[in-house]
Design a protein around this ligand. Structure first.
Ligand SMILES: [Zn+2]
Length: 139
């Protein structure tokens, strides 16, 4: 690292993706050495137990790489079966003509995780309502 930390209380640095796998290691070293809060994106495949919870504690945010999420269709199918075709929010039938969305049961801000048990399938409009309710609760 070259230069100095600017003499301000808060600053945002936007840093390009790393060029070596050691960059992540050094990021963590600097985070503790300089006692600064660091948040960074990491590929979602790194978030397995116990590495995932550790990375989140260190400031990592799981990031899906570009392109469609290959496992979404399988997850939705599995959850639809578990929910017996009903929306987890309103209890109404989920039809193939409806816009469906995957949603966290317990929102991430409220401590919800990425594990299967914390996922549910909702109507798109039910997801919007659920999110709005949660925002009201957290403001
Ligand atoms: Zn619904």
């Amino acid at each position: 690292m070259t230069g100095e930390i600017p003499p301000v209380n808060k600053a945002v640095f936007i840093v390009a993706h790393h060029t070596s796998n050691w960059d992540g290691f050094w990021l963590i070293v600097y985070k503790f050495a300089l006692n600064v809060e660091v948040t960074f994106l990491a590929k979602h495949t790194l978030f397995w137990w116990p590495l995932g919870p550790l990375l989140k504690k260190l400031g990592a945010i799981p990031r899906q790489r570009r392109g469609r999420q290959p496992d979404v269709a399988r997850r939705v199918a599995s959850l639809l079966q578990a929910q017996q075709g009903s929306c987890a929010y309103c209890g109404g039938e989920l039809r193939t003509s409806d816009q469906l969305e995957l949603a966290h049961r317990v929102a991430r801000q409220a401590g919800g995780g990425e594990e299967r048990a914390n996922w549910q399938v909702l109507h798109r409009y039910c997801h919007v309502k659920k999110t709005a309710q949660e925002r009201r609760r957290h403001v």
